[in-house]
Design a protein around this ligand. Structure first.
Ligand SMILES: [Zn+2]
Ligand SMILES: [Zn+2]
Length: 376
């Protein structure tokens, strides 16, 4: 991941002269990223707020101070007109409890991420409950499961819910000159923000990392199917974009190429999952084969990433359950997934995919040491 240097914002200028400053932030240990300040006419719009954790708030302050001192802009909490979220993930909205008491700026978010920022504890309870069920069904053993749940909840309990002033669809998906485009998948309310030839791509498109995917069974309007549709949605727009700025990592000057390579990456990973599932596996076994190096929080992200790919294939009938009876009888056993193949009739699933170990070997050969390139 690209290193952010706290306190040294970069300036990008849109075709009409509107200015976009990138504020580098240290979000969590091992995770850097950006908030952006958009100055257009009389509007001063802060896009994302950082994590609120560790150095993040200080970096935000240092960034604003540098925009005043190094670029001569009259910006600050008093003159800020809007605080806008690209999406409802804690590394982007966790700074709100710090930011909001300092400004009278109007706070906006997409409708589908409003529950996360405004009714946070309720959302957390619902998602944690589903996550526990997902990990249990995936075959994660009890002690590891509790550790993963702790990791999931640790930073999120620090946040205090914030009321929103407006939501994006209700205001016509436009704020000043910023055109908002809903691209669900990475997050239910993920938007990208277009200012003429500059695109703030949030975590929908990143230059180096393929943005994290999670199954829709955990949160509606996420899931790989929605994400791939949202990648398609940006393609017609891409040629007009000179530079795209994501929530993490460096600027992108070839958005069309990046969309294509992300799409190809997921197609390849889906094919790999299908190959691995020539032998029946639990979700946990599959995740450990796909992401053998993932540990700590990354192991949780790896489970979700695996779940999103399996769910995509199950939704399309390409992968099925070997032991649906454990669900039928509500047994506390993990479910086993297996490749159905495009043409096998349903009755053939169990028999045609028994596997003899050799297919597993060849499938494992296809992993090529991939890391858990997953992103919050
Ligand atoms: Zn992020
Ligand atoms: Zn995110």
């Amino acid at each position: 991941m690209a290193e952010a240097s706290p306190g040294t914002p970069e300036l990008y200028t849109a075709r009409s002269g509107a200015r976009i400053y990138r504020l580098p932030l240290r979000l969590f240990p091992g995770l850097d990223g950006y908030a952006h300040l958009v100055l257009d006419g009389g509007l001063q719009m802060l896009v994302d707020s950082g994590s609120g954790y560790g150095d993040s708030n200080d970096d935000l302050e240092a960034g604003l101070a540098a925009i005043r001192s190094d670029f001569g802009e009259d910006v600050g909490w008093e003159s800020l007109t809007h605080v806008l979220l690209t999406h409802g993930h804690i590394d982007h909205f966790g700074g709100l409890p710090y930011v909001r008491p300092r400004t009278r700026a109007l706070f906006g978010v997409h409708e589908l991420d409003r529950p996360t920022v405004s009714f946070h504890n309720e959302r957390l309870a619902v998602v944690a409950h589903r996550l526990r069920g997902f990990l249990t069904e995936a075959g994660v053993e009890a002690e590891r499961l509790e550790h993963l749940m702790d990791l999931y909840l640790v930073s999120k309990h620090l946040y205090a819910s914030q009321a929103v002033d407006f939501t994006y669809e209700a205001c016509g998906m436009k704020v000043g000159a910023l055109e908002l485009i809903h691209v669900p998948g990475h997050c239910p309310g993920q938007v990208v923000m277009r200012l003429e030839d500059v695109l703030l791509s949030g975590d929908h498109v990143l230059p180096e990392t393929s943005p994290h995917q999670s199954p829709e069974t955990l949160t509606l309007s996420t899931g790989l199917g929605h994400y791939m549709d949202s990648i398609q949605r940006l393609k017609p727009l891409a040629p007009a974009i000179r530079v795209a700025l994501g929530g993490h990592e460096g600027p992108m000057t070839d958005l069309a190429g990046r969309l294509q390579s992300i799409e190809a990456f997921h197609r390849e990973r889906l094919a790999l999952v299908e190959r691995l599932l020539e032998t029946p596996l639990t979700m946990a076994e599959l995740s450990d084969r796909l992401f053998p190096a993932a540990s700590g929080y990354h192991a949780l992200l790896a489970f979700e990433e695996t779940g999103a790919h399996v769910e995509y294939l199950v939704q399309r009938g390409l992968v099925g359950l070997v032991n649906a009876d454990v669900l039928e009888d509500d047994l506390p056993e993990p479910t086993l997934y297996v490749r159905r193949g495009p043409h096998a009739p349903p009755s053939e699933v169990g028999r045609s995919t028994a596997g003899d170990g050799s297919s597993r070997e060849s499938a494992l050969g296809g992993i090529r040491g991939e890391q858990a390139d997953v992103q919050l």
